[in-house]
Write a protein that binds this ligand. Structure first.
Ligand SMILES: [Zn+2]
Ligand SMILES: [Zn+2]
Length: 460
């Protein structure tokens, strides 16, 4: 037995896997034939147990499989260990209402009915939602059934030749003109009382293409569907894997700062006030073809990501914001009295962005009259990990500060908006700064600016 093993080892050594061994065998054979002194028996010219290239391939595959298995195990283990704050509301301000805007139901290409989605939204601690099915306004009966403590804003998402836009607040049962022309549809939606918001303007699939029109009031800065599709295929595969055990962490990992949206917003804000929105674009219906679909990403994990925090006017709900109806919440959104957050990282309720000058003071969406000096006060919930706060004035970064508050003087009039970042939780997120909150601008204007604006408006 021992001899056989040794003989096999010798055969392998001389004919086997390694190209270097073969070269040595050839050299030895050559030496034997030339030399008078034969020190080794002649080697039979038989093929080895496997030909060298196939064997190398097999080994490479084995290594690859091992690496994949270790990676999958590592990703899953980390996803199980990382704890996010979960489904908590945080500590909202007295006038704050939390909701989801841009939702699809079974009336178009979503997978949930309105009652199912409402139940899920309540689970996510939301207290309002805006339904925007594709090219169909809300059903009158469905809207009539909404309970008073959970207002539904009726809306529609229009498909046009220039891209998609949302109209919030159009009457249920409303029939749109039968055309795909963007200008006609934007005008018709406005005439019907809609608040027009350009949807996923930088989506790889359906971007907004007509930037010459101005017949809209807001743009989606964060569209969740547009956002996760920005990830590369490896990040998406890892995201799907994490999703199977920790859906919130998956959505956090897939989050990308919407740079093109912010850049466009700043460009548009230089011409007029434009509201920046968060759209969940929730479908829970990822089509795989052949009639198959994945409920990815589901309504619940998406409702913890792109959340609209509406800051209601003082008199809303007869002084009790929790009793405010859909019209009052929509009014807050229309005025840009809102901020958006990825609450799966940490609940952003209670976030403050306040800009003051003299007697005048305001938050997101407000106008403040500039007197000779002013100040800003930014504060985020103190329970979060150490955040990075950035304040932009007229699109230029004015302040970048790590910490939970910023108190600084205002250098002068301008549009001031805030972005706040938190580091990715866990190890595999690479501690990447991840967009957590962005707010609508506060417009600090000099009296002369205000007069010019009023004159321009009166000429229209
Ligand atoms: Zn769309
Ligand atoms: Zn949509």
């Amino acid at each position: 037995m021992d001899g056989m093993v040794r003989q096999h080892a010798l055969t392998c050594f001389l004919t086997g896997h390694h190209s270097q061994s073969k070269t040595l065998a050839e050299r030895l054979e050559q030496f034997n034939s030339q030399s008078e002194i034969a020190t080794l028996p002649p080697v039979p010219d038989k093929p080895g147990p496997a030909s060298p290239p196939r064997s190398r391939h097999r080994r490479a595959w084995q290594y690859l499989l091992l690496i994949v298995a270790i990676s999958v195990f590592g990703i899953l283990l980390e996803a199980l260990l990382v704890r996010l704050p979960g489904n908590t509301l945080g500590t909202p301000a007295a006038n704050e209402r939390l909701g989801a805007v841009h939702i699809h139901t079974v009336a178009s290409d979503g997978s949930g009915t309105i009652p199912e989605i409402m139940t899920t939204a309540r689970e996510a601690n939301l207290s309002f939602m805006a339904i925007t099915d594709h090219n169909v306004s809300m059903d009158k009966d469905a809207l009539a059934a909404d309970p008073p403590d959970f207002p539904i804003i009726a809306g529609e998402e229009f498909t046009t030749s220039s891209g998609h836009f949302l109209a919030l607040g159009i009457p249920p049962g409303w029939q749109k003109p039968k055309t795909g022309d963007a200008e006609t549809l934007l005008a018709a939606a406005h005439a019907a009382g809609g608040f027009n918001v350009l949807a996923h303007p930088f989506s790889s699939k359906i971007p907004w293409q007509d930037w010459k029109t101005s017949d809209y009031d807001g743009i989606e800065i964060w569209n969740e569907d547009e956002n996760w599709r920005r990830d590369n295929v490896f990040a998406l595969l890892a995201g799907l894997l994490v999703y199977s055990v920790n859906d919130q962490l998956a959505m956090v990992r897939l989050a990308r700062t919407p740079e093109p949206n912010f850049a466009k917003w700043d460009e548009l804000l230089a011409t007029r006030p434009i509201v920046g929105m968060c759209g969940t674009d929730a479908h829970a219906n990822l089509r795989l073809g052949h009639g198959m679909f994945l409920r990815f990403p589901g309504y619940l994990p998406v409702f913890l990501v792109a959340r609209e925090h509406a800051l209601l006017a003082p008199g809303a709900g007869a002084g009790d914001a929790s009793k405010a109806g859909a019209a009052e919440i929509l009014a807050a959104l229309e005025h840009g009295h809102s901020f958006c957050s990825l609450d799966a990282l940490y609940p952003a309720s209670g976030f403050i962005a306040r800009f003051s000058s003299g007697e005048s003071s305001g938050g997101p969406g407000d106008f403040v009259t500039w007197t000779n000096q002013g100040s800003m006060h930014i504060a985020v919930p103190s329970g979060s990990s150490r955040p990075l706060i950035q304040v932009f004035r007229d699109g230029q970064k004015l302040i970048e500060s790590e910490g939970w508050t910023v108190d600084a003087p205002l250098p002068g009039p301008g549009r001031y908006r805030t972005e706040v970042f938190l580091r990715q939780p866990g190890i595999l997120g690479g501690r990447r700064w991840t967009l957590w909150i962005f707010s609508n601008p506060t417009y600090v204007t000099s009296v002369s600016d205000r007069l010019n604006d009023d004159r321009a408006n009166s000429k229209k």
